[in-house]
Design a protein around this ligand. Sequence first.
Ligand code: SF4
Ligand SMILES: [Zn+2]
Length: 360
Amino acid sequence: MEESLTRIHKAVQQATMRARGQSIKKRRKRNHSKPSAKWIAPARVGRDQGTALAVVLSTIGCAHARSDSGGCTMCSYLLDGSQSMPSSEQLVEQFKNAMDSLEGKKAPLSVKIYTSGSFLDPDEIPEVARSEILKIIGADERVREVVLESRPEYVQDFVLSEVRSTLGDRIIEIGMGLESTSDTIRTVCINKSFNLETFKECLETAKGHNIGMRAYVLLKPPLLTERDSLLDAIATIRDAQAMGVTTVSLNPVNVQNDTLVEKLWNRRKYRPPWLWSVVDVLREASEMSDGWMRIVCDPVAGGRRRGAHNCGKCDSEIVQVIRDFSLNQDPVILGKPSCGCLQQWEHALKHEDSSQLIHR
Ligand code: SF4
Ligand SMILES: [Zn+2]
C-alpha cells in the first residue's frame, strides 16, 4: 500500500482502538448455557421458501477485535460476547437451546450459526464442540441449508472436509465479511485485516468441497461518500458474481456502540446510508445477476437514526420492499417506489463532498 494510505490506515486503526476504549472489559457476565441471541424468520432456503434459525453463540468473540489490530471500524459484536470462555459442553447446550425454537417447524429449514466472531476459530469454538454441533444438525432431516460464519484464516481444507462429511448433501455456505473487493477500502475504511487474494483462496477451498460462499458486502463504510460507497457496493457484487460467490448479503452500515463509526456519527461526520441507495444497489445487482447468485438484504435498524434510513415517512414501506425482494428474489418488487425525499438523496449523491479520502 502506498505510504500515505498506510499512514491513514494506521490512524484509522488507532481511532478504532480508542473508540472501543475500555468497553471490552465492561462486557456483561453471561449465562454460558444460553446463546447471546436466537431468532427465527421466514427465509429463502435454496430455491424455496422456508424457515431460518439464526443463532449467535456466546463465545469470547472475534479474535481480530480482541487483538491489537482493533477490529473493524463499524463492528461492536465483540460486546455481545462473554468475558470468559464457555466450556464445550456449554457451547453445545447453547446450540441445543436455539434448535428448540424450531420445534414443530416444517422443512425446509436453514440454520445460520454466528458467534460474534468465527464459528471455525478453534479458540472460540473448540473442535469437540464444533463436531457435536455439526452432528446435531446432521441428524435433523428438515435442515436443508447451513450457514457458518467465519473469517478466512480459519477456513482450512481439513475443517471443511469434516463439515461436508457431517452435513451430507445439504446446501452449505461459509458466511464471510468480504465487505468490498477493493483492498484499499477494506483495509483503510474498514480495517478488516485480510486481502482479496486470501478471500479468493478460501472461495476455492470451499468450492473443492462443494461449499458455497455467502459474501457480506458493506454499504457505506466510514470515510466514503454516499455515491462512492454505492458504486463500490455495485462493483463488489459484480466481482463477487465473477468469482463464483453463491450468495451476496448486502449489509448497510448501522451505527454500533463504541465504534469509530459511532464516534464520527456523534460528530456529524457520518450518516448511515439512505434506503434509496440500498434499493439502487439491489436493483443494479439483480440486473447484472444471472439468477444463480442470491442477493439478500435485511437492514439492521432499517428506518431508524442508527440504521439505513430515508426521510421517516417512507422508511417502513421501503424496508418492507427490501425484505420482500430478499425473500422472493423478484426484481419487480423493487419497482419504482417514490417519495419527496428521493430528490434529497439524488442531491446528496451529486453534491456530498467527494474529496473524502478514498476513490476506487
Ligand atoms: S466485522 Fe467480523 S471480523 Fe470484523 S470485528 Fe466484527 S466480527 Fe470481527
Ligand atoms: Zn421519504
